[in-house]
Write a protein that binds this ligand. Sequence first.
Ligand code: PLP
Length: 413
Amino acid sequence: MGKFDPAPVRAQFPIFSAPLRPGVALHYLDNAATSQMPAVVMDAVRAHDATRRANVKRGVHTLAERATDAFEAARAKLARFLNAADPDEIVFTSGATGALNLAANSFGALLKAGDEVVLSVLEHHSNLVPWQMLRDRSGVVLRFLPATAEGHVDVGALGRTVTQRTKLIAVTHVSNVTGAITDVAAITRAAREVGARVLLDGSQRVSHGPVDVQTLGCDLYALSSHKMFGPNGVGALWGKAELLAQMPPFLGGGEMIRTVTLDRTTYAKPPHRFEAGTPPIAQAVGLGAAIDWMNTLDHGAVATHLGALTQRILKGLADLGGGNGRVRVVGPPGLHGRVPVVSFAVDGAHPHDICQMLDAHGVALRGGHHCAQPFMESCGLGGTTRASLAPYNDDGDVDALLNGLEDALAKLS
Ligand code: PLP
């Protein structure tokens, strides 16, 4: 494993070619919300629309066939990235939110009143609200795993939360607030004991390299392209073929049917059954290009590089707190069991104020509840400020963050 140099990576991202404002460089540390796109991905989207733009699946003319081939090639790339057994296990959606709503509606249709779905208090609203909507219309019972003090899904509570009525455990693979990686092995073990399925929300995991859904042992996996250096407007739900085959469609319309009469419709096989209407074609092609780009990285070396930057942020926050608890990390205190996402709370300061003050230094952070209000409430916080890293981040970004924070804290005291 070689030492990772972020400079040549950064050079591939047009966003960094100009200052944020005259005299102020961009220090983009909001990657957990959306990562930046390298030029090759932008070029792939443009090339698709410039040379292959047509609707997919139904056309027999040359462009339509080329568009369909490119769309299906992107599906195959994502299948390899996830180590799916078959490309047809990949359902393209509008994003992770689309994937999770699909799961809650289509898998949810297999459930009956009294069946239980286990979530965690750490879930992004996208993996909570759709299940609440299912509960309200079908009588499914929701149960919740708590979070540990370090911001992990508390798998120690599985024994008292999972019951013989549990049909699904649906939890985040990595918390978007704390960066903590979930102990998936404990989740799948508990699920198998009662014959339940496992869904992982992989939105915050996929930006850190390939995932092996077969080794993880889950049944469904949701993700978004724009968090993995790809375009907006596309994401996916991976599902085991035998499970997708049991799930009814969620959205009805063109492309998802086998036959339609005025009385009734029969449905296509997965994944097409779940892809009603014209899909985000150029965006899916862009996602395929983003995967190709990610495959050029040495993910071990990137993890070491980002681990060192994360360690600097954690130490810098501890130093700024001065041991008086003014700055508190919400999440794992060290590098173990986390991705390079660091949330912190500053006593007496609103995260939005911190973000605005840091923006003056060119530092892009996210502040607020991060679409995880129940977790924030369980921490007794209205929100946190979050710095999240990607391979193009470097020591200069961490310097700007820590210097900007020092300045902000001085102004606020
Ligand atoms: N799940 C998690 C853990 C997330 O971090 C996000 C986005 O922040 C989502 C789901 C929703 O993703 P999207 O808005 O791309 O649908």
